[in-house]
Design a protein around this ligand. Structure first.
Ligand SMILES: NC(=O)c1ccc[n+]([C@@H]2O[C@H](COP(=O)([O-])OP(=O)(O)OC[C@H]3O[C@@H](n4cnc5c(N)ncnc54)[C@H](OP(=O)(O)O)[C@@H]3O)[C@@H](O)[C@H]2O)c1
Length: 303
């Protein structure tokens, strides 16, 4: 049976891809910097050691692989830590390029790159630029490939919407929102994204395409918070914290160890991220992502 390697298979998205591919009977190998730590996740896979910042570790990992899913991101993202090599350019752009080079050397047949909406190699902001450069590496590889650009992804194990949930539950009387709350997104449940990625991996309908992937609703960040409040049955006013003020705090925090917050991360979490999923829906009629409220009900209700 053809082997599928998932670089980033221990991550939030990668774990959902592993589960989806396993359900479909695929044989999956996960590339990780630390197989011993990864083994504790209990995923139904083999692990192979590799670090995208050390290209020499990748060739052996990709040998014998039919299709590689590239879903790597630096620890602590979106808060960059340049002194530790934890940046969008280092891991997403150059790391993905290193994986692509190794895949070409190892004669991998196909690549599926997990990008993000707004990817653009000429963008001013590093995350859009890094994603755009990574896409360009994949497209220039000469290998069969599909690119998936998710909007904001949520699920029981995410680190973004679960922060909102913790604030709704933990802070009495109000909800502190960074900025205006008017950033527009199309939130998608991680399992719906995983179904699309698995179909793109195992079939040919996404080959050569860039598939934007979002949920059925375009909503503001405030709408997301209000929906989560409704599901949790805890309504409170939203207090908007002005971005310049938040950035003063972020400028201080980015000097401390621990990747707590940075000015770039403030921009990252308040930006627009609207996916146009028409190509994905046309090519994959089974791609019918659920709306946010039922998506959240399934794992938040009862608390
Ligand atoms: N989460 C979202 O809402 C969202 C939305 C749009 C796009 N995306 C994109 O989707 C991809 C996956 O995101 P995620 O949320 O699943 O990230 P995540 O949970 O932070 O996982 C990151 C993964 O990258 C691996 N990794 C980190 N540094 C590495 C290195 N130097 N060498 C090899 N592997 C390394 C980690 O594996 P080990 O620690 O085991 O080595 C981990 O599996 C990213 O490219 C992200 O930009 C995510």
């Amino acid at each position: 049976m053809p082997q599928i390697l998932i670089a980033g298979g221990t991550g939030f998205l990668g774990r959902a891809f592993v589960r989806g591919l396993d359900r479909r009977g695929a044989q999956v190998v996960v590339l990780t910097r630390d197989p011993e730590r990864a083994a504790k996740l209990g995923l139904p896979v083999e692990y192979v050691r590799g670090d995208v910042r050390r290209p020499s570790t990748l060739r052996a990992a990709l040998r014998g692989i039919d299709t590689a899913v590239l879903s790597v991101q630096f620890p602590g993202y979106p808060v960059e830590a340049p002194a530790r090599g934890r940046t969008f350019m280092e891991v997403d752009a150059r790391g993905t390029a290193a994986l692509v080079d190794a895949a070409v050397d190892a004669q991998v047949r196909k690549l599926v790159y997990v990008s993000g909406v707004g990817a653009d190699p000429h963008a001013e902001r590093a995350w859009y630029r890094a994603k755009g450069l990574a896409e360009a590496s994949v497209q220039a590889s000469g290998l069969a490939h599909a690119i998936v650009r998710p909007s904001w992804v949520y699920g029981p194990e995410d680190r973004s919407l679960n922060r909102f949930v913790a604030l709704i539950r933990g802070i009495p009387f109000l909800f502190p929102q960074l900025g205006s709350g008017r950033g527009r997104i199309t939130p998608i449940h991680v399992d719906d994204l995983a179904d699309l990625v698995c179909e793109a991996v195992l079939g040919t309908d996404g080959d050569g395409l860039t598939l934007e992937a979002g949920g059925p609703e375009e909503m503001t960040l405030d709408d997301v918070v209000r929906t989560a409040m409704r599901v949790l049955r805890r309504r409170k006013p939203i207090l908007h914290l002005p971005i310049p003020l938040v950035k003063v705090g972020a400028a201080f925090l980015e000097r401390l160890p621990g990747q707590l917050l940075s000015r770039g991360a403030v921009d990252f979490v308040t930006q627009d991220g609207v996916a146009d999923s028409r190509v994905a829906r046309d090519r994959f009629p089974s791609f019918q992502p659920r709306a946010l409220a039922p998506g959240l009900e399934a794992y938040l209700s009862g608390f």
